[in-house]
Write a protein that binds this ligand. Structure first.
Ligand SMILES: NC(=O)C1=CN([C@@H]2O[C@H](COP(=O)(O)OP(=O)(O)OC[C@H]3O[C@@H](n4cnc5c(N)ncnc54)[C@H](OP(=O)(O)O)[C@@H]3O)[C@@H](O)[C@H]2O)C=CC1
Ligand SMILES: CC(=O)N[C@@H](CCC(=O)OP(=O)(O)O)C(=O)O
Length: 335
């Protein structure tokens, strides 16, 4: 059994990941942590997330200096379900101790000059690890993920968007000079567990946000290799992302070519489902899948892509990466 530690376990992504680790036949939950001064420190995990009562009753421990030493002792791998700057600080410490890191934050996803200053509001101070990190888009980077010490699990919107676009890009089907347009709606859990007016029950409706400024636009462009237009929206539901993508195809591209591109990419992949119907939040909420469907008319391709932001968009993709890295079947503990 491999000993797993989760930092940020009280949060939405960390909690889902704890549940997945608990159900995995080769992994053992060794410790769950929150910040040193957390108001939840030492509470039972199941008191915070009652669906795990009797299943995960470990306490969430404060990550003090002593807690850090305990978190490292005898640990095989650590999952960081923490804010970007916290992950940037913690990852190198675990890596220096020989512990593999699966980071759910954006801290190690994009190696591009000025990116963190502009989109995250801080200067990246770990350029060597940023260079070594492997982007954990599981269906596309499996060989590199298998060799990596530091895996940067992709963002939720980038996962939904890249899984839809990469088969088209790889097959050279996108019109050169055009930018795919991504219109996406996320449930409120995407904003994390901490209370804020903008995400409180009476405030959330359906609205765009982050117009022209969202950090996932450059993350998607960087890993796709071409520019995109990306517009996120906040919806009044708890979990799930539905992205609708508009792609101008190269002249003469046929539906058969599009189908062949998606089949080549995902025909053998168990966690991306090429659906006969338009995907929905209902079809993926609580599940580790990405569902895709598309239709072509007069050179314009419309693609629907749905994921659970906390699963395929975070914790289950992290688990897929763990499975790939340790040579387990990639669906172990997931379906
Ligand atoms: N929610 C989502 O859909 C997705 C989230 N992500 C990323 O995953 C990460 C976690 O997101 P999410 O679960 O939504 O966030 P939450 O705000 O729900 O959870 C954050 C967790 O981190 C803990 N924490 C905060 N500061 C520290 C610290 N200094 N040391 C240790 N633990 C700390 C918090 O506990 P406390 O404050 O009590 O200490 C809490 O457990 C983020 O980087 C996010 O960008 C990625 C993809 C999707
Ligand atoms: C609804 C909502 O607020 N969603 C978050 C994205 C969540 C996410 O996980 O992305 P990172 O891992 O890159 O932080 C946002 O738009 O910032």
């Amino acid at each position: 059994m491999l000993n797993v530690v989760i930092i940020g376990a009280s949060g939405y992504a960390g909690a889902d990941l704890a549940g997945l680790v608990q159900g995995h036949p080769q992994l053992q939950l060794k410790g769950l942590y929150v910040s040193a001064n957390s108001q939840d420190a030492n509470k039972a995990f199941s008191a915070l997330h009652p669906q795990y009562l009797g299943l995960i009753d470990l306490p969430v421990q404060p990550l003090t200096d002593e807690g850090m030493a305990e978190a490292m002792a005898g640990t095989d791998l650590v999952c960081l379900a923490t804010a970007h700057e916290v992950s940037m600080d913690l990852a190198p410490q675990f890596l220096a101790a020989g512990i593999k890191v699966f980071d759910l934050s954006g801290a190690f996803r994009v190696e591009q000059a000025g990116f963190y200053d502009q989109y995250y509001g801080f200067a990246h101070n770990q350029p060597e690890w940023l260079n070594k990190a492997v982007y954990g888009l599981a269906e596309w980077n499996a060989d590199a993920i298998a060799q990596a010490e530091l895996i940067a699990v992709p963002g939720c919107y980038p996962t939904a968007s890249l899984l839809a676009l990469k088969p088209l890009q790889a097959a050279g089907l996108i019109q050169v000079g055009s930018k795919p347009i991504i219109n996406a709606v996320s449930g409120v859990s995407g904003a994390g567990r901490k209370a804020s007016v903008g995400t409180s029950f009476c405030e959330v409706s359906l609205n765009p946000y982050g117009v022209f400024t969202h950090r996932h636009q450059p993350e998607i462009s960087h890993h796709l290799g071409t520019g995109v237009v990306f517009q996120p929206h906040l919806g009044n539901f708890a979990r799930g992302i539905l992205a609708t993508l508009y792609v101008q195809l190269a002249d003469g591209v046929t539906a058969e070519q599009v189908d062949a591109a998606y089949q080549a990419a995902y025909g053998h992949q168990p966690l991306v489902r090429l659906s006969a119907q338009w995907p929905s939040i209902r079809g993926v909420a609580g599940r580790p899948f990405c569902d895709l469907h598309w239709q072509l008319q007069d050179g314009l391709l419309i693609v629907g892509s749905a994921i659970d932001n906390l699963l395929k968009g975070a914790s289950s993709q992290a688990m897929q990466c763990i499975n790939i890295n340790y040579g387990f079947d990639q669906t172990t503990g997931l379906i």
